[in-house]
Unconditional design. Structure first.
Length: 212
């Protein structure tokens, strides 16, 4: 009783911007009430469309696929690291996370806010605030279960290296969250479960935070 459910997900539509080179979502009418007695739509989209998570196989051929991720890593109590409003190219460093060190422990779900979700259109995918490689390595040593963010990825320039460090440590990477400021709390219950897509490298999610 008294809990608030906060939608942390970006909208998926054919008009929604995607990471450069990724497929654009397509919605195609398959059946209609007039023709078949019911509506049914064919949905075509990339495995990293909108708010989504990365499986280890996103960057490693032998890595685990999205259907093999333990749901306990994606659902449960989480901590919010609120970094305020970070501008283009801002480096997110170990010093930014050390004040929250007590919450960054084995099995923890950690979500950080930069305010980058205020950026719209193609600019959202360019020069966004980024984790340093040092911080990514530190998070890997902490053996957390999940790292989430309101940017399209953990790092813009060193995107490959940072992804590899996090995913090699089997940290679930949740990208393109939004509306984190609405949580209004540094602890919340996170639901970020993927679709059970056999053998795939990632999945769109409907991420929500429950507060109170």
């Amino acid at each position: 009783m008294g809990s608030r459910v906060v939608d942390l997900s970006r909208e998926i539509s054919p008009e929604a911007p995607v990471y450069p080179g990724d497929p654009v979502a397509e919605f195609t009418v398959h059946d209609t009430i007039a023709g078949s007695g019911y509506n049914l739509t064919r949905v075509c989209l990339g495995s990293h469309q909108g708010t989504h998570l990365d499986a280890p196989s996103h960057f490693a051929e032998a890595g685990g696929t999205v259907d093999r991720i333990a749901l306990s890593r994606c659902v449960g109590p989480a901590s919010l690291v609120d970094l305020g409003e970070r501008g283009p190219g801002a480096a997110i460093t170990l010093a930014d996370f050390l004040p929250y060190e007590s919450a960054i422990e084995p099995g923890a779900r950690v979500v950080y806010r930069t305010g980058w979700d205020r950026v719209s259109g193609p600019s959202y995918f360019v020069d966004y605030p980024s984790l340093t490689l040092e911080l990514a390595r530190w998070l890997a040593t902490r053996r957390i279960a999940l790292i989430g963010m309101d940017t399209p990825g953990p790092a813009a320039a060193q995107w490959k290296e940072v992804h590899q460090v996090l995913l090699a440590a089997e940290i679930v990477v949740v990208e393109s969250l939004t509306n984190l400021a609405a949580l209004g709390a540094d602890r919340f219950f996170l639901v970020a479960a993927p679709l059970k897509l056999k053998g795939l490298d990632g999945s769109p999610i409907r991420a929500v935070g429950v507060v109170g």
